[in-house]
Structure formats: C-alpha cells, structure tokens
Design a protein around this ligand. Structure first.
Ligand SMILES: [Zn+2]
Ligand SMILES: [Zn+2]
Length: 340
C-alpha cells in the first residue's frame, strides 16, 4: 500500500466540511470521513477502518489541514459497518476520550460480531443461513475466518454514547437532525441540517454504486423493504448537498434516490425471471447474478449472497415466490397460484 500517500485526498466542501478519503483494502477503495469545525474544535464522522494505511492517511490528512488530533472533541458514527466504525476506538484513545456517538441498534450489531462474548455465534448463524440457501462447503468454511479477520480492524473498541433517531446533534456549528434509515444497516442514522439543506447520508444513498442490502441473521426478514421504506421517508427532504460514505458528495439527491428504487425494481424483476425459468437456491441465483465479479473473493461473495437473499426474501414476502425444502436446502419457485 505504498500508494497510500498518493491516493490520499482531502477536500473542503461548502460549510467548511472536510472530506477525508480513508483507504480500504476492498474493491470500494476508500470510505469518506468528514470533519466539521466549530469553536471548540472538530467533530469527526465515520473515521474509517483500522489499518496501518488508514492511520497513516489520517496523520497526513490532519497535518495537511493543520488539525491537532486533540482538537477532535466528538466522534459520530452513521452506522456500525467496520469501514466506518473501525477507527472510532483508536480516535477515542488518541483524543483522550472524545465521546463516540452511535445508535443503540448499530452498537448492538458491533457487540454481536466483535463483543467479548459474541463473534462465534454470529458466524455460526450466518454460515447456517448460507448453508440452508445452497452455499457449498468450501465456501462456507471461509465465512468464519473472514468475519474474524475484522476484529483487529475494529479494535480497540470505543466506549459509546447512544444517539437515537429524532434527536438533534450539534456538529460544525449547525444543528443536525438524526434520522433512522435501516435496510443497509439496522440502526443507521442520517444527519440532516435543514437550515443549509445538507445531509450526511452514510451508506443510505451513494452515487455511482448501489448500497449493499444485506440479510443479517436476527435483524428481521425483509431488509430490502426497510431500505426502500427509509428511502421513501428521506426522499421528502430538501437536500442540496449530500455527503455519502463512499464516492463524492453529490447534488442530485432526489434523482439518485429514484435511481436506487428503480435499480431494486429491475433486480427484483430479473430475479423473478430467473426463478420463473426453474427452481433455484439462493446461492445458484447469486452466482447467476454476480458470477465472475465475486469469484474467489469471500468479502464480495458475502455481500452478493446477502444481497441476493434480501431480494428473494422480499419477493417471498410480497407473495410472488415461495420456498420448499429438499435435502435441507431451500429452493425458491414461483407461487403456484401465480403460474399460468
Ligand atoms: Zn455500510
Ligand atoms: Zn461503507
């Protein structure tokens, strides 16, 4: 990762918001952190994944902007995914104990995956889910080690303060309303400053790429519906500049939301057509949809599998397909009352 310093980018946006592109060792390349300045110092939103490259990038970003790490007084997390949460504890230590704000539901997820008495049970639940939906054994064997590989990347873990939807939080001298936006991540919060029509959107609305919708064992059955419902809620807001977790801030907020809704409609239609052509397991459908793009990459495969299941569970909940069990594997078929 010797290119880290070359790829480091910080950019100032209206309102003095500083975007820091923090490197990630995944296809996503980087996560956006945002620094918001007020008279007390800085609030940092979503500090990134804890890797040596990210720490180095942060040191360069702070130096380049003349920011002392001790002037960061507050750490805010949109959601629990390791690429956003991972450095929160490190920053808390480095700043001498800045509070870390996160929703209770998001924090519960971190404890299920990385808490002292968790981890193994989540991996077992996820492996069991994937196995039931047809993932073959050699691929299943990769899931638990892959999940474990994140533990150092989210350590040390922060002491947190809960922030809930409907509360407001002061950041950068403005009042931001917190909005619950589940679907991509249960408990994800977006932050909306109505005075200036700006919104920190986490991974809820991303430009160029579609936010992953993942089935998470124990988080309810229809994550896609939650995602679409929360998009409908936030689409009503007037937003002139949106700050996403990945890619660059964007102005076509409503249009982008409509594109995302249309994308999932197309994906549902595509999946329904594949099922119309014959009974299938989640894994077979996942490979038909994502195929070579995910081969040999456990991280991408996990996202693709969970996304496929999210669409299947939604079609099932809408009464368009149904499941049957054969040899302990779940097969999806068209609902018999819908066949002609
Ligand atoms: Zn995320
Ligand atoms: Zn992310």
């Amino acid at each position: 990762m010797s290119e880290t310093s070359k790829s480091l980018v910080t950019k100032r946006w209206p309102g003095g918001i500083i975007q820091v592109k923090v490197p990630l060792p995944f296809s996503l390349k980087y996560v956006n952190s945002y620094l918001l300045h007020d008279e007390r110092g800085y609030t940092i939103v979503d500090p990134g994944l804890h890797t040596p490259e990210a720490v180095q990038a942060w040191q360069e970003a702070l130096d380049a902007n003349g920011i002392a790490i001790g002037s960061i007084h507050t750490i805010v997390l949109t959601h629990q995914h390791p690429d956003h949460y991972g450095l929160a504890g490190w920053f808390q230590e480095q700043t001498g104990g800045a509070p870390v704000y996160i929703s209770e539901a998001s924090y519960a997820y971190t404890q299920r995956l990385w808490g002292s008495d968790a981890g193994a049970s989540f991996a077992a639940d996820l492996t069991e889910l994937y196995e039931a939906h047809g993932m073959p054994q050699p691929v299943l064997d990769e899931i638990a080690p892959h999940l474990d590989s994140f533990i150092p990347k989210v350590s040390p873990q922060p002491k947190v303060t809960f922030l809930e939807a409907g509360q407001t939080i002061e950041m950068g001298g403005l009042s931001w309303q917190t909005i619950d936006t589940p679907g991509h991540a249960k408990g994800q919060l977006c932050f909306y400053a109505s005075d200036v029509k700006r919104m920190l959107v986490g991974d809820q609305v991303l430009p160029d790429i579609t936010p992953n919708i993942s089935v998470v064992p124990g988080d309810g059955e229809d994550q896609l519906e939650q995602f679409l419902d929360s998009l409908e809620q936030i689409r009503k807001l007037e937003v002139e500049l949106a700050f996403p977790g990945h890619r660059d801030p964007f102005t076509n907020y409503k249009e982008r939301i409509e594109q995302l809704i249309a994308h999932h409609e197309r994906r549902l239609t595509q999946m329904y057509s594949l099922i119309q052509a014959g009974a299938n397991t989640g894994y077979t459908l996942c490979m038909q949809l994502f195929g070579e793009r995910i081969a040999g990459n456990t991280h991408n495969l996990r996202f693709a599998m969970s996304e496929t299941l999210a669409h299947l569970f939604h079609l099932e909940k809408c009464g368009r397909i149904e499941r049957s069990l054969q040899d302990a594997k779940v097969y999806f078929t068209m609902r018999t009352d819908q066949q002609q």
